[in-house]
Write a protein that binds this ligand. Structure first.
Ligand code: PGA
Ligand code: ZN
Length: 424
């Protein structure tokens, strides 16, 4: 039974405050969870409550959310069995009382929801992935390493936010991690040799001032080859365009030109022809539904089209996308929706509907590794947690090494099969 719930303000990987929650059970178990934070957030995400008091952390303090945990959310669930996750999440949602979790804050609610799950797992003496996923949890995700950072995550001129390496030809997660790290180091050498800055962006990828987005893809393919791998069959590439960030008034502003959605879609068709791309996220803006439908008709059989700002891990927005035949994959960010139960609902709706899922970190992260366990629990087959460098990114990948070891012979790395089957 939940005996007490505490909370504190800690720092995230960008040096901004975030919420950490601790749950104490009556059997003496204590577990904690920390909440991530985005920079290129979708307009339809659950509400992240910040103090707005300019005298502390430039207004970004989270003491109101911390107080909401201590004064309201915690007391509302005390005395309940921690394994009653759905009941608890329902109480948290009702205690907040708003549709977007804006009163107590989705950051407060999520911290409690995740800490409860971890405490319940510990109390049952199970690893989190096993507690959440049961006996069927056994698929290790393909890691999507964000090795070039642009957009809102870096102060360079690249419009697209994320350039991924996807080691789909590896035979285990551990091998995929090694391939990614080796290629990351080769990429650094290549950028340096070409005279580019090798400083890092928010997610641990390099942030060079490349003249075009194609140049980013060229660097990835060259680095894959130089590292001794075959582009495509061994290491594929991917993009998170984060197009909402450069969309204004019906116009996309990319590479200093104005583009219609149709022009941009043609451009993506060209990229998919020219590069070994397996996944493109947020290729269009979060509310450009008709254009998304046209994009899906054009490319949905060839490449994974992921909705991030489009779906915001929200079962209702995902259901709309499924009805319309928009995208074919769901990006999963626990803090976009705010409770574990709703996150699991979005994932199961996606899987039931033939959509793939990709578990995701945020650009502002902590040492919390819950998403690694969640990826295995739901057999998602995909995770993005940034570059294979910087501890807040690597913490998730290292946790997956532990899970793979723990699963032993039961562990399965399905590589390319984790992505929609592309008709060539
Ligand atoms: P964010 O970026 O965490 O800054 O929103 C990640 C993403 O867009 O996938
Ligand atoms: Zn995204």
């Amino acid at each position: 039974l939940i005996e007490a719930v505490g909370a504190r303000e800690i720092l995230d990987s960008r040096g901004n405050p975030t919420v950490e929650v601790e749950v104490l059970l009556d059997d003496g178990i204590v577990q904690r969870a920390a909440v991530p934070s985005g920079a290129s957030t979708g307009a339809f995400e659950a509400y992240e409550l910040r103090d707005g008091d300019k005298s502390r952390y430039g207004g970004k303090g989270v003491l109101k959310a911390v107080d909401a945990v201590i004064d309201e959310l915690g007391p509302a669930i005390e005395g309940i069995d921690a394994s009653e996750q759905r009941v608890i999440d329902e109480i948290l949602i009702e205690t907040d009382g708003t549709p977007n979790k804006s009163r107590t804050g989705a950051n407060a609610i999520l911290g409690v929801s995740l800490a409860v799950a971890k405490a319940a797992a510990d109390s049952a003496d199970l690893p989190l992935f096993r507690y959440l996923g049961g006996p069927s949890a056994h698929i290790l995700p393909v890691p999507l390493f964000n090795v070039i950072n642009g957009g809102e995550h870096a102060d360079n001129g690249i419009d697209m936010q994320e350039f991924f390496l996807a080691p789909i030809g590896a035979s285990s997660f551990a091998e995929a991690l090694r391939w990614g790290a080796e290629t990351y180091h080769v990429l650094k050498g290549e950028l340096k040799a070409a005279g580019f800055n090798t400083g890092l962006g928010d997610e641990g990828g390099f942030a060079p001032d490349l003249p075009s987005n194609r140049e980013g893809l060229d660097f990835l393919v060259r680095a894959i080859e130089k590292a001794g791998f075959t582009p495509g069959s061994e290491i594929a590439v991917g993009l998170d365009v984060a197009a909402t960030e450069f969309f204004d008034n019906g116009v996309y502003r990319l590479e200093n030109k104005d583009w219609t959605a149709a022009e941009l879609t043609e451009y993506y068709v060209g990229l998919v022809n020219d590069y070994p791309i397996v996944t493109i996220e947020d290729a269009l803006a979060e509310d450009d539904w008709d254009a998304w439908k046209a994009l899906t008709d054009a490319l949905g059989k060839k490449v994974q089209l992921v909705g991030d700002d489009l779906f915001v891990t929200n079962p209702e927005r995902l259901a709309k996308g499924i009805d319309l035949g928009v995208a074919n994959s769901l990006l999963v960010k626990v803090n976009q929706i705010g409770t574990l139960s709703e996150t699991l609902d979005a994932i199961s709706l996606a899987h039931r509907s033939g959509y793939t899922t990709m578990l995701s970190h945020r650009s502002g992260e902590t040492e919390d590794t819950t998403i690694a366990d969640l990826a295995v629990a739901v057999n998602s087959g995909q995770i993005k947690s940034g570059a294979p460098a910087r501890s807040e990114r690597v913490a998730k990948y290292n946790q997956l090494l532990r899970i793979e070891e723990e699963l032993g012979d039961a562990a399965e790395f399905i590589g390319a099969a984790a992505f929609p089957r592309f008709g060539k």
